[in-house]
Ligand binder design. Structure first.
Ligand SMILES: Cc1ncc(COP(=O)(O)O)c(C=O)c1O
Length: 439
């Protein structure tokens, strides 16, 4: 049956839970928009759909911010958990599944000769940075304006939340509680501006531990030559190039953005698409750098410490292993890209037809409408978007049973053509309202 949506009146349970979340959760209620009338408390997810505690079912394009690439509660993920959960979950000692998974990642991710396991994308970028620092014997990191690498102190600099950017390469802290001196260890460059970036890298080469980049920076796709240029200059100067593949890994292609765009970094950080939503992350990379985390590091007096109580636990690694196998189903990427592209192209057409100044950027399974007449290729052009339209779109979709985050439409292999058709119809009906959006 085709998807239908008629909002049910709020259940007593959801009303009470909303109150309690304000009372007991320090961050309050997590919502995709800013008007409180749209707050809801989720209770379950299956495939590409999620359900709230008033029993409203939504088509989900937030997908937990990306991890549910194969849909919620995918049978392979459920089976992987069930198949191991009664045989011990965490040992701190190397286990059989972790080795199998490491071998599999090394087989499919181009830069990964060796891997380490962690518990989130933030941990993965944090440890990749530490490895690079040890390898280079230098402290500073160069990242790009608008790029998000997680929640650790060095990552939360000039990320997408930055409304008032500073002059390059000055970093702007995005959170209270980060030591002031941290910003001095982070240099900021303009994404997609290879000349300016190479100039900054050359100027600061003696201080740099690494260059970290989201190969698709949020949804800014790399201009031809940008990633290649980064590769060239970092190779020449022997500065590790780190791809943050937390979003793009296993999503753009089995081998991630490095396979998709054809540029292989020295290190990469991965997480979301193979986690099934469980805590998991990994660093993969060149053997001579990765080895610093093991006996070689001790021998060289340059050992990188990065163990964690839950790192490589049997449940997360079993799920990742099962999902990587699942991703090798013939035709899977063609099919998910086809569906994503269908929605993306339909959105472009509708915005154009409705005469709404906008462009839709990103790749077929992670794209975003940008409400501006400018071409959006970096953070500064992103800042020209009409935020009222951005938020209004989320509300118009939610009114009709569709959940989307503030940034991307994430597409999963579980979205059906029926889901896409329904979404296109809703978008069509929303254009006139969207045009009028103001705060
Ligand atoms: C590109 C990128 N890197 C790192 C992270 C941090 O990952 P996590 O939330 O698992 O810590 C995210 C999270 O959204 C991300 O999008």
């Amino acid at each position: 049956m085709s998807f239908q949506f008629q909002r049910k009146s709020q259940s007593e349970r959801e009303r009470i839970l909303l109150e309690k979340s304000e009372q007991f959760l320090a961050c309050g209620i997590r919502s995709t928009t800013i008007r409180p009338g749209y707050n809801m408390i989720m209770k379950s997810g299956k495939g590409a759909h999620i359900t709230d505690t008033s029993d409203n079912e939504y088509i989900d394009y937030l997908l937990g911010s990306g991890p549910m690439f194969l849909g919620h509660s995918h049978p392979a993920m459920v089976e992987a958990v069930r198949g191991r959960v009664d045989q011990g979950t965490s040992f701190l000692l190397t286990n059989d599944v972790a080795i199998e998974l490491a071998e599999e990642i090394a087989r499919v991710v181009p830069c990964a000769e060796q891997v380490t396991f962690h518990n989130s994308g933030s941990e993965a970028t944090y440890y990749a940075l530490r490895m690079a620092r040890a390898y280079r014997g230098r402290d500073k990191m160069l990242k790009f304006e608008g790029a998000y690498h997680g929640m650790h102190d060095h990552a939360l600099m000039s990320a997408q939340f930055t409304m008032e950017p500073a002059d390059f390469p000055q970093a702007v802290s995005n959170s209270a509680g980060i030591p002031q001196q941290t910003s001095g260890d982070v240099l900021i460059a303009p994404f997609n501006d290879i000349e300016r970036t190479v100039e900054l890298i050359r100027k600061h080469a003696d201080e740099l531990a690494c260059v970290m980049v989201e190969p698709m920076c949020r949804t800014f796709t790399p201009l031809p030559g940008f990633l290649e240029g980064l590769r060239e200059v970092t190779r020449e100067l022997d500065i590790p190039l780190i791809f943050d593949e937390v979003v793009t890994g296993f999503r753009l292609a089995l081998g991630g953005a490095q396979e998709y765009y054809g540029v292989v970094p020295d290190l990469c950080a991965g997480a979301k698409a193979v986690t099934g939503g469980l805590p998991f992350g990994f660093v993969g990379g060149r053997r001579d750098i990765m080895e610093l985390a093991g006996a070689k590091g001790y021998e060289q007096g340059n050992h990188v410490r990065l163990t964690g109580t839950y790192s490589g636990n049997v449940i997360s690694t079993s799920v990742a292993l099962a999902l990587i196998k699942e991703l090798q189903t013939p035709g899977l990427y063609e099919e998910v890209n086809r569906k994503g592209l269908r929605l993306k192209n339909a959105l472009v057409e509708m915005l154009d037809h409705a005469d709404i100044p906008a462009t839709v950027i990103g790749e077929p399974t992670a794209f975003q409408p940008m409400f501006t007449s400018q071409e959006v290729i970096d953070h500064r052009s992103y800042l020209t978007i009409d935020w009222a339209k951005n938020f209004r779109l989320i509300e118009l979709l939610m009114d009709r049973g569709i959940v989307k985050g503030q940034e991307k439409f994430f597409i999963s292999t579980a979205h059906t053509d029926d889901d896409i058709d329904y979404t296109i119809d809703v978008l069509k009906d929303s254009m006139e309202e969207l045009k009028k959006a103001t705060f």
